[in-house]
Design a binder for this molecule. Structure first.
Ligand SMILES: C[S@@+](CC[C@H](N)C(=O)[O-])C[C@H]1O[C@@H](n2cnc3c(N)ncnc32)[C@H](O)[C@@H]1O
Length: 275
């Protein structure tokens, strides 16, 4: 049996509404999971496939018909140039979170800094920071053991020596005045936000926060005031329309708003404050 680009496009078009995301996912699946030479497909050549490969391709279509995201099907997600293992225990890393890693590069932050990645999920943020400087002393934390187990797997995969995983809620188990930087992409989606309809596969505990999406942000900022050293900073991701509310939360917790960062669509998505 053989496959070619025309056949695959036809199949994606008839079974998956022909959407680009599905087609790109299929190409990635063939390359990463089945190790097929997709360059041949792009050169309009036929590729012969065995029964096992055909069965796997059929499974891909069935999972896509159930609206499973490409990254969960393939089992990896790209973040800041690295591949992270992901499954439905963790949020699929998003490009806007990479802006936090960029901030560390642009600000030339280096040396023996204590950094807490609070709500680490797959570990993508803490692990990317760990690779910027071996002298960083990084703690990655999550309230839940499921995501933390995925993060630990990724710590091993990326051979990070400077990361300590901790299971805890936000900064609850951290010594007062001991942290230089807190980075966090917490749950911030409002409970009845219509966007949740498109995010059914990802863990609800990674997405939704009470109090108009702000309950976890409130808790982190409260902990931040206690665990940050004087002059330490919190670098927080939030919803595209939450920057003003986050600023108020900073003020309420005696943190001084310092800077905001906009995403690729021009929305303010990261807010930074100093203790
Ligand atoms: C939006 S996800 C972010 C994951 C990862 N940092 C990323 O950017 O891809 C939020 C994470 O916070 C964790 N979380 C939820 N409530 C928490 C709490 N009270 N304390 C610590 N982590 C929590 C979730 O389990 C989830 O892994």
């Amino acid at each position: 049996m053989y496959i070619n680009l025309k056949k695959l496009k036809k199949e994606v078009s008839s079974r998956l509404d022909g959407c680009d995301d599905s087609f790109n996912g299929l190409m990635h699946f063939l390359k990463i999971k089945l190790k097929l030479d997709t360059r041949k497909l792009h050169m309009n050549e036929n590729i012969s496939v065995n029964d096992y490969e055909l069965h796997e391709i059929e499974s891909f279509f069935k999972l896509k018909e159930d609206n499973i995201p490409n990254d969960y099907i393939i089992g990896t997600s790209s973040f800041f140039g690295r591949e992270f293992s992901v499954d439905n225990r963790v949020l699929i890393p998003r490009p806007e979170t990479e802006l936090i890693v960029n901030y560390f590069i642009e600000e030339n932050i280096s040396g023996s800094k204590v950094i807490l990645d609070a709500g680490t999920g797959s570990g993508c943020l803490g692990i990317s920071l760990a690779h910027l400087d071996n002298d960083f002393d990084i703690f990655i934390s999550d309230k839940f053991s499921d995501p933390l187990n995925v993060a630990v797997k990724n710590v091993q995969k990326h051979k990070c020596q400077n990361i300590t995983p901790i299971q805890m809620s936000w900064g609850s188990a951290v010594r007062e005045c001991s942290v230089d930087y807190i980075v966090s992409n917490p749950p911030y989606i409002r409970e009845r936000d219509p966007h949740l309809g498109n995010l059914k596969c990802e863990p609800i505990t990674a997405l939704v926060a009470k109090n108009n999406g702000l309950s976890d942000i409130n808790l982190i900022c409260k902990d931040a005031y206690s665990i940050l050293k004087d002059g330490g900073k919190i670098i927080l991701e939030h919803g595209y329309d939450q920057a003003d509310e986050v600023k108020e939360v900073f003020f309420y917790n005696l943190l001084k708003p310092e800077k905001t960062i906009v995403d690729y669509q021009g929305h303010t998505r990261i807010s930074i404050a100093t203790k």
